[in-house]
Design a protein around this ligand. Structure first.
Ligand code: PMP
Length: 423
């Protein structure tokens, strides 16, 4: 019997995420990553234009990260974090607290973006519960996305992703996406029943790379703060220079009480989640009454190898070379988006830091055939990107070369020409 290919073996045993397994094309088997490139079995290279679901900042196969992770794996690969501690977890917490936008004093670890959000919601709800204060309602922004677990689905937009689960999701009050100069849409007094407000600062990612003004968000946050509502910034996508600054909240005057991090936290190498909070929140859990404990913990909390990857990624991101490269991508994107204005089939070209996005005229539905056409168009030109419906975005690892970035831009111009001649 001839040996089966990896794709054939995959087809027998794997269930891929967010994938209609009956109709979607077979996966590409990747054997190696190098910088902004992913290489398949046949030696074809793909530019990772969406940074592997927005996680990769420092590039694939970074030798320094590989070296430090291997060293850490030999020393201590993992241990329970409930009653033990270790250097990588403490050092990472110290370094994050120094740089986080706000006066944070405690880091709670978990293992992905959704869990960092679950932790944030539970922390905020129990903060009030522990004090016997009846604040139970939650505020969120329309069109948001915070993860695939039940709590994070509850505070996100209702969509094809959440439809089967809607009877199981808890109630949330949604505010519209802030527009320039828009007054706060609720009566300020009514905020006193709210425990927390969760938002993706400045840009909604999975909701379609929707950018909104920092000024209006700031004004709304100020009102919420005045009424005691805890502010939860979900920086799972925006953290670690995606928006040009280290955190999106660096653009805001009113800083959050809780912040969620994951994705770029480890540079894109290993899963790790962080929920940071202020001392005020932490103190509400300190008690001789054990029922006030924060009873939440994942088996792989604060995995030492993941923490080491995060520490190394921070070192790399803070080098002059990476800082310059981030600003260089920002500038390149500006030229690219300017050029897109020549194409009538491209709409709303927009940018926030290293994220460039636009819509292709046509069906905006996430499950539309247009989305699949766009995916394949780029793939055939050596660019891996997963449009959100008709929203195309470029969000590369920061180590991407000028030639690779140009290849993505050229594929987009070719798409514009092709769509023009097709109609
Ligand atoms: N929050 C935001 C803003 C996200 O973009 C995502 C993932 N796209 C999540 C939470 C969930 O993260 P994860 O996929 O790691 O669970």
């Amino acid at each position: 019997m001839p040996a089966q290919s990896l794709v054939e073996r995959d087809a027998r045993v794997i269930w891929h995420p967010d994938t209609q397994m009956l109709t979607e094309p077979a996966p590409i088997s990747i054997v190696k990553g190098d910088g902004a490139l992913l290489m398949d079995e046949a030696g074809r290279a793909y530019i990772d234009a969406d940074a592997s679901w927005w996680v990769n900042t420092i590039g694939h196969g970074h030798p320094l990260v590989a070296e430090r992770m291997a060293e850490q794996a030999r020393r201590l690969e993992h241990c329970i974090f409930a009653c033990l501690t270790h250097e990588p977890a403490v050092q990472l917490a110290e370094r994050l607290i120094e740089r986080l936008p706000g006066i944070f004093s405690r880091i709670f670890y978990s293992d992905n973006g959704s869990t960092s959000v679950e932790v944030a919601l539970k922390m905020a709800i129990q903060f009030w519960h522990n004090q016997g204060i009846p604040r139970q309602k939650l505020l969120a922004l329309e069109g948001g996305y915070h993860g695939d677990t039940f709590g994070s689905m509850s505070v996100g937009a209702k969509s094809v992703f959440t439809a089967p689960f809607e009877p199981y999701l808890f109630e949330v009050t949604y505010l519209p996406l802030p527009q320039p100069g828009q007054p706060f849409p609720l009566d300020e007094e009514s905020l006193q029943g709210y425990a927390a407000f969760i938002f993706e600062p400045l840009i909604q990612g999975a909701g379609g790379m929707r950018i909104y003004p920092a000024e209006t968000l700031d004004a709304w946050l100020e009102i919420c703060r005045r009424q005691g509502v805890l502010l939860i910034a979900d920086e799972v996508m925006t953290g670690f220079y995606r928006t040009g600054k280290m955190f999106a909240c660096d653009y805001l005057r009113t800083k959050p009480d809780i912040i969620c991090l994951s994705k770029g936290l480890t540079g894109g190498t290993l899963p790790l989640g962080v929920t940071a909070c202020t001392e005020k929140i932490f103190e509400a859990f300190l008690s001789n009454d054990k029922r006030k404990t924060f009873f939440h913990g994942h088996s792989y909390t604060a995995n030492p190898i993941a923490c080491t990857a995060a520490l190394t990624s921070l070192d790399i991101l803070l080098t002059d070379a990476y800082q310059q490269q981030i600003q260089h991508i920002v500038a390149q994107h500006q030229h690219f988006l300017q050029k897109l204005k020549d194409y009538p089939c491209f709409q709303h070209p927009r940018q926030l830091g290293t994220i460039a996005a636009f819509e292709v005229q046509g069906d905006a539905n996430y499950t539309s055939p247009l989305r699949d056409t766009l995916y394949l168009f780029y793939l055939h030109r050596g660019v891996l990107m997963r449009p959100l419906g008709n929203t195309v975005y470029v969000m590369p690892p920061y180590c991407i070369t000028d030639e690779q970035l140009q290849q993505i831009y050229d594929a987009t111009y070719a798409l514009g020409d092709w769509l023009l001649h097709k109609t």
